[in-house]
Design a protein around this ligand. Structure first.
Ligand code: GDP
Length: 296
């Protein structure tokens, strides 16, 4: 994960450690390089600008210069600020505390990993002793309904019986009624995706939101698509007021731009990360551990 980013940080910090004593100029030079490393990793330019300003404010000071290990101190400041950038210290747990059945709505572009993540989430919630029901609300692609049914079979979790062409809002409402009658406490709604944002889809998602009042609205973002994922997340958030983000494909060779920018740009926390195609490859997101990993 983020191998190239880690390598580049490593070479910047090696240089910094190589100086006998550090001058303020050495630190400023290193932070200029940090800026380039982040831009090359496809981090949003404004996020980079604010990040470097915060790090500079903390790292260029007498305390750091006078310390016994100034290079280590600078690296620590970068690590801390990376953690803060990704939401360190904020609550990013799923909030399902409401009268059941509660709904979790997953949304995002086609191919981002929604259907897979629905299955992963169902498995995770069952391990936490909940009783989830999967709901296919993508009625435009019959293959999408079949895909969710296959996922459900693999993990032994029921999938609400949906037919192509039904109204997605009606499906979700009927599924909630079914869940209520049959003791399912959590509905996981797999909504339709498109290749690009389009008004019709956004209208449909708004109607599902208005009707089901989901406790969580999670935007599923493909980490491999970098800043594009961030731009799309912002658009979904403006319309749906999402409650969090699931970053998928972090097991791939994503450059880091999405992971490092998405919280700062949307103001919404990354709650979960997809670490593979298998249905148990969903993890809670820990900003501090991620910052540590990025710095190697
Ligand atoms: P949807 O169109 O948003 O429902 O996306 P899918 O769930 O169909 O996923 C699209 C592709 O991404 C599939 O081939 C998935 O196996 C793959 N995928 C989803 N999540 C992950 C992940 O975390 N890691 C990897 N490597 N692949 C993933």
């Amino acid at each position: 994960m983020f191998d190239s980013l880690t390598e580049k940080f490593d070479s910047v910090f090696k240089k910094l450690r190589g100086h006998g004593r550090l001058s303020e100029e050495n630190i400023r030079d290193a932070l200029r390089e940090v800026r380039l490393v982040l831009l090359e990793a496809d981090v949003n330019y404004k996020v980079v600008k604010d990040f470097v300003a915060s790090v500079t404010a903390r790292a260029v000071g007498q305390d750091v210069l006078k310390s016994l290990t100034p290079a280590q101190q600078v690296i620590k400041v970068v690590r801390d600020e990376l953690g803060l950038l990704m939401g360190e210290g904020e609550d990013n747990s799923l909030d399902l505390a409401a009268r059941p059945p509660v709904s979790i709505m997953l949304c995002g572009l086609q191919g981002a990993g929604k259907t897979t993540t629905c299955g992963k989430l169902a498995l995770k919630l069952r391990k936490e002793k909940r009783n989830p029901l999967l709901v296919p609300a993508d009625v435009y692609r019959p293959a999408a309904i079949e895909q969710l049914k296959t996922v459900g079979r693999q993990i032994g979790i029921p999938v609400y019986d949906t037919q192509p062409g039904q109204d997605p809002v009606a499906i979700c409402e009927a599924a909630r009624h079914f869940a209520d009658l049959n003791g399912y406490d959590t509905l996981i709604l797999d909504t339709a995706g498109r290749l690009h944002i389009d008004q019709e889809l956004m209208g449909e998602l708004s109607r599902i939101k208005a009707s089901l009042d989901p406790r969580e609205i999670l935007f599923v973002a493909d980490a491999m698509t970098g800043q594009d994922a961030v731009t799309v997340a912002k658009a979904f958030d403006e319309l749906l007021n999402i409650t969090g983000v699931v970053l998928t494909k972090l097991d791939g060779d994503a450059r880091g731009g999405a992971a490092l920018s998405i919280r700062a740009v949307t103001g919404k926390p990354v709650k979960l990360v997809g670490m593979g195609e298998k249905l148990d490859a969903l993890e809670t997101f820990h900003p501090d551990r991620m910052a540590q990993r990025i710095l190697g």
